[in-house]
Design a protein around this ligand. Structure first.
Ligand code: ADP
Ligand code: MG
Length: 225
């Protein structure tokens, strides 16, 4: 699913290398917990995996394709086809309804739309059921929802059209303990149902036990040494 070799990354203008990873492979269908303290490069690594950032050196390949070999427009199309993302915050387009937010990936990717059983609308509704969002909320503007509800909608949007890779960047940090457990269970089940590989970032080690694999970024990232 993901293959990293001799990766080196420095932010433009920054000079200093923030990531150096010699080798990392993530197999299809795995659920991976990526952890480490703030500033160790977790979000940067997710950006590289999703082809939002480009390494200045090495290979970062998704489904056998190195992101660096593609033009920007091809990277955008490939990301829309194969990657679902849940961020820590600012997840949804506030002025769109919940349903329209969930449908967004299918507007950008015909492949994602074509993978929806029935229609994209039916798939969106099915996912909103799965994340237990009340029907009355489906046609409301996204910014009318609580933070916990918005994270559930963001997860539904990441999962629609069964992308091969789902990446989540500290999606539970704004949730209290009870909501966090619900959210985790829902995300795991939905990834299983879609057959998606999950790369989940958190500094909360209590979540680690639920995953197939645990990766410590400070151990992987030799730029921190
Ligand atoms: P984490 O997600 O583990 O907290 P980040 O990947 O956000 O870590 O950050 C890794 C390093 O890159 C930090 O030193 C941070 O200051 C730096 N960094 C993060 N984002 C940017 C950016 N947009 N521009 C320049 N430096 C950045
Ligand atoms: Mg981060």
């Amino acid at each position: 699913m993901l293959q990293i070799r001799e990766l080196r990354y420095a932010w433009p203008g920054g000079g200093r290398e923030v990531l150096a990873i010699d080798r990392l492979d993530i197999a299809a269908g795995r659920k991976v917990f990526l952890h480490g303290p703030s500033g160790c490069g977790k979000s940067t690594l997710l950006g590289l995996m999703a082809g939002v950032l480009l390494a200045r050196q090495g290979r970062t390949a998704l489904l056998g394709q190195d992101w660096a070999a593609l033009r920007a427009s091809a990277r955008d199309a490939r990301r829309a086809d194969h990657v679902g993302v849940v961020f820590q915050q600012f997840n949804l387009l506030p002025y769109l309804t919940v349903l329209d937010n969930v449908l967004l990936p299918c507007r950008f990717s015909r492949l994602r739309a074509s993978r929806c059983a029935g229609s994209p609308l039916q798939a969106a509704k099915g996912l909103l059921e799965r994340v237990a969002l009340p029907h009355t909320a489906w046609t409301r503007r996204a910014d009318a929802l609580s933070v916990g509800q918005q994270q559930r909608v963001a997860a539904a949007r990441a999962l629609i059209g069964a992308p091969e890779l789902v990446i989540a960047d500290e999606p539970t940090s704004a949730l209290d303990a009870a909501l966090r457990d619900d959210f985790m269970a829902m995300l795991m089940q939905a990834c299983d149902a879609a057959g998606s590989t999950l790369v989940f970032v958190s500094h909360d080690d209590r979540l680690a036990a639920r995953f197939d694999e645990r990766l410590s970024l400070p151990e992987l990232n030799t730029a921190l040494a």
